[in-house]
Design a protein around this ligand. Structure first.
Ligand SMILES: Cc1ncc(COP(=O)(O)O)c(C=O)c1O
Length: 432
């Protein structure tokens, strides 16, 4: 096992921008020797094409994001939400990006980078299926072979996305280990990559993993806040008082926060509170995915970060009603920004997230992903001081993939704003 990163840079400053893989005490490259050549080659390619812009890579990516992806996505004033919370709420509509989620920003960036590196094959993991879908689409667009690893449990929860990946020509390989969710899918994809590095690039789906992934994925997702900053300035002539975004691994949050980090803007990362906070030490289970709010320092998937773990350092099984947030770790940069007090972690439980889902659907005509619904739900709990006068909330994805699980989960609970559930019974065409 190699370990690097977390050191001071040659110029004597802390390498907190991730250019050397460290974010304060977090980050690094904790990977088996077999993976070192792959991560080093990738770190070089990241420097060359993404940071230094060699061979016109940034322009190529920008053109493809526009033509294939549909960027820029709009910001939209949410009238009912603004009235309800007595402030101006603007939505950054990443749900309108091709594929229905912010994930394409990163997937297209990495698949294109793999092509510039001369790779022929793409592997990726997926939780909610949104990253897998985005990667399969990007691979088809660029004519590359693609294999997606997905936990068995997530395959059952996110069937529409499995169909979409297959339609785009990707192979979807089920992972049966553990609870059959994102953590196991990432481990399996890393195993594949370790033996196929010469021909294959691993498109990781969030700001997690060994350097250069956290910095690189952040850079690809930063387009969310780059656009939103410009759009808000043009539209209302100001910056937001606060930015609210849901956090699983943290790519939506890092992308939504990046261009506001040096400004006087409050940044809220909303995690999945699941059914309750804390870790059940005996069973090694956390009925939540709140690693920023409640986790402790450890190493997972190649980086030092904040994790849900028991007293012996065993990584706990996480839980969330939304599979895209169901992960025991979080990006190292986000962990660092929370530790510095720059980003404020908050949590929303499963019930509140379902309420958020129904509220946005009913009052604004936008059916959000269950992940996004956590951010919407947090507005209910926030104080006027926390939100300020102008809130920017990123709608990280659309909810089509979640319809079956939302109906099932809503039926089991009393959810404010939900329609009568009998309308969804098979064969029932009648309105209640
Ligand atoms: C729509 C949506 N939002 C948010 C997330 C959470 O991931 P991340 O924290 O990397 O943005 C996911 C993950 O699949 C997602 O599909």
């Amino acid at each position: 096992m190699s370990r690097s990163g977390g050191s001071r840079r040659d110029d004597g400053s802390d390498g907190n921008d991730g250019s050397d893989g460290s974010f304060g005490a977090y980050g690094g490259q904790y990977v088996p020797e077999a993976l070192m050549p792959a991560v080093s080659e990738l770190a070089d390619a990241y420097e060359r094409y993404v940071r230094d812009g060699a061979d016109g890579f940034p322009d190529d990516l920008r053109d493809r994001l526009r033509e294939f992806g549909g960027r820029p996505t709009p910001i939209q004033h949410a009238e009912r939400l603004s009235e309800r919370h007595d402030c101006e709420v603007y939505l950054k509509r990443e749900d309108l990006l091709h594929g229905g989620a912010h994930k394409l920003n990163n997937a297209l960036g990495q698949v294109l980078l793999a092509q510039y590196m001369g790779k022929e094959r793409i592997v990726a993991e997926t939780g909610a299926g949104q990253h897998g879908t985005a990667t399969a689409m990007a691979a088809a667009h660029l004519g590359m072979d693609c294999e997606i690893y997905m936990g068995r449990r997530d395959i059952d929860r996110q069937r529409p996305n499995v169909f979409r990946m297959r339609l785009n020509g990707a192979e979807v390989t089920p992972v049966d280990a553990g609870r059959g969710t994102l953590k196991e899918a990432i481990s399996e994809t890393m195993r594949d990559w370790a033996t196929t590095v010469e021909t294959t690039h691993y498109v990781i789906g969030s700001v997690v993993g060994p350097h250069p992934f956290p910095a690189m994925v952040r850079d690809f997702q930063a387009i969310i806040s780059e656009e939103a900053r410009r759009q808000l300035r043009e539209r209302v002539g100001r910056l937001p008082s606060s930015v609210v975004a849901c956090a699983g691994g943290g790519s939506n949050t890092m992308g939504s926060f990046q261009e506001f980090i040096d400004d006087d803007v409050a940044l809220y990362a909303v995690e999945a509170g699941g059914s309750s906070l804390g870790v059940d030490e005996k069973r090694g289970v956390a009925p939540n995915s709140a690693s920023l709010a409640t986790g402790s320092e450890g190493v997972l998937h190649g980086a030092r970060t904040k994790l849900l773990q028991d007293g012996d350092g065993q990584v706990a099984e996480s839980h969330s009603v939304s599979s895209g947030l169901d992960y025991a770790g979080v990006g190292p940069e986000l962990a660092h920004l929370v530790e510095e007090g720059r980003v404020i972690p908050t949590t929303v439980d499963d019930d509140a997230a379902l309420e958020g889902f129904h509220r946005l659907s009913r009052t604004e005509g936008i059916i959000p992903a269950l992940e996004t619904a956590h951010a919407v739900a947090w507005l209910e709990r926030a104080t006027p001081d926390q939100l300020g006068e102008c809130v920017l909330l990123t709608v990280s994805g659309r909810g089509d993939k979640d319809l079956e699980s939302v109906v099932e989960e809503t039926e089991r609970r009393e959810i404010e704003q939900a329609p009568a559930m009998d309308v969804f019974e098979r064969g029932s065409g009648e309105q209640p």
